[in-house]
Ligand binder design. Structure first.
Ligand SMILES: [Zn+2]
Ligand SMILES: [Zn+2]
Length: 277
């Protein structure tokens, strides 16, 4: 697995001379490496409260605590919660594209720190007794991209939380086409049997508490297949940790399209969007 290289503290001043710290979104000069400028921080949308009790989908202000969203009511999710660092909007899309396709793997540190900040605290605190498992890539995809972006994030999250990284807890044994243009039923048909628990990790997965790491949570189809595989293997709890969560499922996350048309305007999740500060 490829890991973002960590440099010793004494080397940092030299790196800063060679590569002056810059905001990855707008290029503004920064005081130190690995962050965003103040103006870009304000463009990120952090999902807030009140939210769906089962999936943490943010609700408009004034919604009563304990309310469950329509999607969860229609079909009770098998996961045990979704912790998203940010809502999917133009700035988060550009961060993800740079990280995923621009080979800016140094961004994994920033994105993972934001994801850890959103992990459930108190009873659900993710610690050394948890397993951190990334959403797997098929080996062809891994070969063409060179790294699994979710595995990079999972490695950073494991380092910060002290939980155990099991990078091969799941395997994608079937190459699947882009799910962006498919409907709900077609997505689950395409994914059926595509993701399986690794038999060599059976012992570890039985009775485990798992943090499943994904970069973008779109329709929930892929992560849903991962959650089902983990629960089949005997995991007692699976919480999903993602960097960006798409709230408006009508908005397809088509990476190819976004790469060709970098200026394409994305729709904000409207009233559900809460600006972070
Ligand atoms: Zn900036
Ligand atoms: Zn929900």
């Amino acid at each position: 697995m490829v890991r973002a290289m960590r440099v010793p503290a004494f080397i940092e001043p030299f790196i800063d001379v060679l590569f002056p710290p810059r905001c990855p979104l707008c290029g503004e000069a920064l005081a130190r490496q690995g962050g965003l400028c103040a103006a870009c921080w304000l463009t990120l949308a952090v999902p807030g409260e009140p939210s769906c009790e089962l999936c943490q989908r943010p609700f408009p202000d004034g919604t009563a605590n304990g309310t469950v969203c329509a999607r969860c009511l229609a079909e009770r999710p098998r996961h045990d919660g979704i912790a998203a660092a940010a809502l999917y909007n133009d700035p988060t899309r550009r961060l993800i594209l740079a990280f995923k396709h621009g080979h800016k793997i140094a961004l994994s540190d920033l994105l993972a720190r934001m994801m850890v900040a959103r992990l459930p605290t108190c009873a659900n605190a993710v610690g050394p007794d948890w397993l951190i498992i990334p959403v797997p890539l098929h080996r062809w995809r891994l070969w063409t991209r060179g790294y699994n972006q979710s595995a990079l994030l999972a490695g950073e999250i494991a380092r910060v939380t002290g939980a155990r990284l099991v990078v091969d807890g799941l395997a994608r044994i079937k190459a699947t086409p882009s799910l962006a243009t498919l409907g709900r039923k077609a997505r689950s048909r395409v994914l059926s049997g595509a993701i399986v628990p690794n038999p060599r990790r059976a012992e570890l997965l039985r009775g485990a508490k798992v943090l499943l790491v994904d970069d973008v949570y779109t329709s929930g189809a892929t992560s849903g297949a991962c959650v089902a595989a983990l629960k089949r293997a005997g995991a007692t709890k699976v919480v999903i940790s993602c960097f960006a969560r798409v709230l408006d499922e009508a908005l397809p996350f088509s990476e190819a399209e976004a790469m060709i048309l970098p200026e394409v305007e994305t729709k904000t999740p409207g009233a559900l969007l809460r600006a972070s500060s």
